[in-house]
Design a protein around this ligand. Structure first.
Ligand code: NCD
Ligand code: ZN
Length: 456
C-alpha cells in the first residue's frame, strides 16, 4: 500500500525525465507511473516541479569528533539536508583518525543521534596500516579507504596533519606508493575503493615557497603534483586490481593522467567539485580565503577541461570536499588561513545550474546520485528514482532562484565560495527514506539518519 505519493512532477529516473507519480511505501519506492490512485496516502503535489534522487556527497569532512567549533554531524547534516543531499560519506581525518574498526564504530555511534541524513564512513590508510586493520575496518562497515598522499600523521594526537618534519619521532610519514603496493592485495580482496588525495609530496616539497599571493599558491602546489600522484597510484592499482578513486580532481593535467590510466585498464573513477567547475584563479580577488582549498582552484583552462570531462561522462562524480573551518580561522592572513571551505549545501543547486547551462538537466542527478552510488557500493538501494530504491527524493522548483548568503548557511563556517551567487533553482522538499526532512526549504523533524554500508 502506498503511504506517500509524490504526484504530477517531472521525475528524473534512470532513463531521463518522465511525467509520473512516485509511490512510496515504508520508505521505499514501489512504483513510478502516471495516473494511478492511492487511497489513504499522504499526497505531495509536485506539479511543475522536478522530482530527483537525493544526492550522495562522497566527500565531506564532518570534523566530528575533533573540531566541534568547525562543524559536527548535526550542523553538517542540516546543511546537507537543506541542499538535497540525503547521504554523506565522511572522511576519516577526524580526531582520533578513523584508522581502526573500534574508532569507526565509536564515530558511527556518535554520529547516529545527530544525523539528519544517512551517512557512510571512510577508513584511513596510514603508512603503518596493516592488512588486518583494513579488513577489520571493512567488516565494521567502512565504504572504502582514504590515503592522504602528502599529509603527515601525529601518532600521539591521532591526527592527519600538513606535511611535517620527518625527524620528529611523533610524526609518521605520509602513505606513499610503497604503502599502496604493500596493501594493494588486501584492498583488491576487499573490493572496496581506495581514495587518494592526489598531491605528490615530493613535488609539493620541491615547489614549497612562502605564500603571499594566490599565484604563490598555484606555484607551490602545481598540477604536476596531481598528475604524478594519479599516474603512480594508478600503476599500483592496475597491477593488483584495486579500485582507485581520485578525490577532488583540479587540473587538465591530472585529467590527462587519469585518462591515460583508464585506457591502460586501471579501474579508476574521478571526482571533481563545484569549486573547480565554477571558479578560476581570477575569482580569488573577489572571494579571498574562502577560495583557499587544497588542491587549489587553478586556471580557466583547467576549469573548462573539467566541465567538458563532466559533461561527457569521463568524470562521473561531483562531490564537495565540504571542509569547514571557523570564519575567524579563515580570516587569518592568506599564508596562515587553513585550507578548505564548506560546500555540501550548494552541491545540488550548483550542479543543476551547470547542467542547465550545458543543456541537459539529467547530468545533475547523474553526477550527484548515480555516479556516487556506484562508488559507494549503494547502487542497489540509493541514487535513483526507481522501484526498490530508498525513497530519498528531492523536489526541485524550477521557478525559484536561490541567492546564496552567509546567513542561510547551516554549517559553522558561514562564508563560502558561492556567496552572492544567484542559482536558478530552489530546493523545496527533501525526503529521506520517505520521511520529510525539509519542507518549504526548512529543515524539519528529528534526526533520523542511518549508517550505510556497501552492498557487495
Ligand atoms: C581538507 C580538510 O580541511 O580537511 N582541506 C582541503 O583543503 N581540501 C583536507 C583535504 O581534503 O585535503
Ligand atoms: Zn583532500
Amino acid at each position: 500500500m502506498t503511504d506517500l505519493l509524490i504526484k504530477g512532477g517531472s521525475v528524473y529516473g534512470p532513463d531521463g525525465p518522465l511525467d509520473a507519480d512516485v509511490h512510496i511505501s515504508d520508505g521505499v519506492i514501489t512504483r513510478v507511473e502516471s495516473g494511478g490512485a492511492a487511497t489513504g496516502a499522504t499526497v505531495i503535489d509536485a506539479r511543475g516541479m522536478y522530482v530527483m534522487p537525493g544526492a550522495i556527497d562522497v566527500h565531506v569532512h564532518s570534523r566530528d569528533p575533533g573540531f566541534p567549533e568547525k562543524e559536527d554531524f548535526g550542523t553538517l547534516t542540516a546543511a546537507a539536508a537543506i541542499g538535497g543531499v540525503t547521504t554523506v560519506l565522511d572522511m576519516p581525518n577526524t580526531v582520533p583518525a578513523v584508522d581502526a574498526a573500534g574508532v569507526l564504530e565509536a564515530k558511527a555511534a556518535l554520529a547516529r543521534p545527530k544525523a539528519r541524513v544517512d551517512f557512510g564512513l571512510w577508513g584511513l590508510l596510514r603508512s603503518s596500516s596493516s592488512e588486518d586493520q583494513l579488513e577489520a575496518l571493512g567488516a565494521a562497515g567502512a565504504v572504502g579507504f582514504k590515503a592522504y598522499l602528502g599529509y603527515s600523521f601525529s601518532t600521539s594526537r591521532k591526527q592527519v596533519l600538513q606535511l611535517a618534519d620527518a625527524d620528529d619521532p611523533d610524526i609518521e610519514p605520509p602513505p606513499d606508493y610503497g604503502t599502496l603496493a604493500r596493501l594493494a592485495p588486501a584492498l583488491a580482496r576487499l573490493g572496496l575503493p581506495l581514495v587518494i588525495h592526489a598531491e605528490d609530496p615530493a613535488i609539493v616539497s620541491a615547489f614549497s615557497r612562502p605564500l603571499e599571493t594566490y599565484s604563490d599558491l598555484l606555484e607551490a602546489r602545481p598540477a604536476e603534483a596531481e598528475s604524478v600522484a594519479i599516474s603512480a597510484a594508478a600503476a599500483v592499482a592496475r597491477e593488483c586490481g584495486v579500485k582507485l578513486h581520485v578525490a577532488h580532481l583540479s587540473s587538465a593535467q591530472g585529467l590527462r593522467a587519469a585518462q591515460d590510466a583508464m585506457r591502460a585498464g586501471t579501474q579508476l573513477t574521478l571526482e571533481t567539485c563545484p569549486q573547480y567547475l565554477w571558479l578560476s584563479d581570477q575569482d580569488f580577488e573577489r572571494l579571498g580565503n574562502s577560495m583557499k582549498v587544497f588542491p587549489p582552484v587553478r586556471t580557466a583552462a583547467d576549469r573548462d577541461a573539467l566541465v567538458e570531462a563532466a559533461a561527457t561522462g569521463v568524470i562521473r562524480i561531483v562531490a564537495t570536499d565540504h571542509a569547514p573551518h571557523t570564519d575567524e580561522e579563515k580570516a587569518r592572513p592568506f599564508a596562515l588561513a587553513p585550507s578548505g571551505s564548506p560546500g555540501v549545501q550548494q552541491l545540488y543547486l550548483s550542479c543543476l545550474a551547470l547542467a542547465s547551462r550545458l543543456g541537459d538537466l539529467s547530468l545533475a542527478p547523474r553526477w550527484v546520485s548515480e555516479g556516487p552510488a556506484a562508488l559507494a557500493g549503494l547502487q542497489q538501494t540509493k541514487g535513483a528514482i526507481a522501484p526498490g530504491f530508498d525513497a530519498d527524493v528531492v523536489v526541485v522548483d524550477p521557478n525559484q532562484t536561490t541567492l546564496i548568503r552567509p546567513a542561510m548557511m547551516r554549517s559553522r563556517q558561514r562564508r563560502g565560495v558561492f556567496d552572492g551567487m544567484d542559482f536558478r533553482f530552489g530546493i523545496r522538499e527533501v525526503f529521506l527514506r520517505g520521511r520529510a526532512v525539509v519542507r518549504d526549504g526548512k529543515v524539519i523533524g528529528r534526526p533520523s539518519g542511518r549508517m550505510v554500508r556497501p552492498e557487495r
